[in-house]
Write a protein that binds this ligand. Structure first.
Ligand code: DC
Length: 223
């Protein structure tokens, strides 16, 4: 038996931070689907592959190893054994990740990996199509949203703390471009599952978001 919490929503809605917090509080395994797509985008860059060379990008999946771990109580992503947690948040990766994630073979293969990771476990997973496509029978589904301006503001602050240099305008433009790409994707498009609980976090602090998400999970568990 496994227990699955699916959290979907657009870039910068707080999904990553909230999921990390909730996973610790409820002892759920956190599988970051966006990080997996980012790792493939990074490998695309590392191998100097152009976005048009989809066959080469698809092949990457058979040749790399993506793992999720914990270090100092933080979620870590490993690409071929190397910690790439910070690297995959850089501008060059952010700029191409949406296109990489639009390749349907990449999605199929990653979804297979995600489902295998979840077998028999209690997990929380955030992304774009977790409640609609990857785990349509998830026990709890949440759609976390906020305005593009608020999301850009949050990413700007986050990047600054991490030493990532991007202006607010660059981030807002990147977020709007990604929203469009994510929503218009042929497969795995970002949309709210019919049975997902909608949370607008525009006016909420991260603490309030975590509290709200925990409440929803508790309510759904008991219903
Ligand atoms: O959540 P994030 O910003 O790290 O996601 C990076 C990209 O990956 C984003 O542009 C959309 C894509 N993605 C996806 O297509 N499906 C998912 N389940 C998660 C992320």
């Amino acid at each position: 038996m496994s227990f699955i919490v699916a959290i979907d929503g657009p870039a910068g809605a707080g999904k990553g931070t909230v999921t990390e917090e909730v996973s610790k509080k409820l002892n759920l395994i956190n599988i970051g689907s966006g990080s997996a797509y980012r790792a493939i985008a990074l490998e695309t860059i590392n191998r100097n592959i152009k976005l048009e060379e989809t066959e080469k990008i698809i092949k990457i999946l058979d040749e790399i190893d993506i793992e999720f771990g914990m270090k100092n109580n933080k979620d870590i992503v490993y690409l071929n054994g190397k910690d790439v947690t910070e690297r995959i948040r850089q501008k060059d990766v952010s700029n191409i990740v949406s296109q990489v994630s639009s390749i349907k073979e990449v999605r199929f293969k990653l979804n297979e990996i995600f489902r295998k990771c979840a077998q028999g476990k209690n997990i929380i997973m955030e992304g774009r199509d977790i409640g609609t496509y990857v785990f349509p029978n998830a026990d709890v589904k949440i759609y976390l949203d906020a305005t593009p301006e608020e999301r850009a503001k949050r990413r700007y602050k986050q990047n600054k703390e991490k030493g990532i240099k991007m202006t607010y305008e660059e981030i807002l433009e990147n977020i709007k471009m990604r929203d469009k790409n994510d929503m218009e994707k042929e497969i795995g498009a970002l949309k709210q599952a019919e049975d997902a609980i909608y949370i607008d976090s525009t006016e909420m602090s991260i603490e309030e978001e975590v509290k709200k998400v925990m409440e929803v999970i508790e309510n759904e568990k008991n219903s």
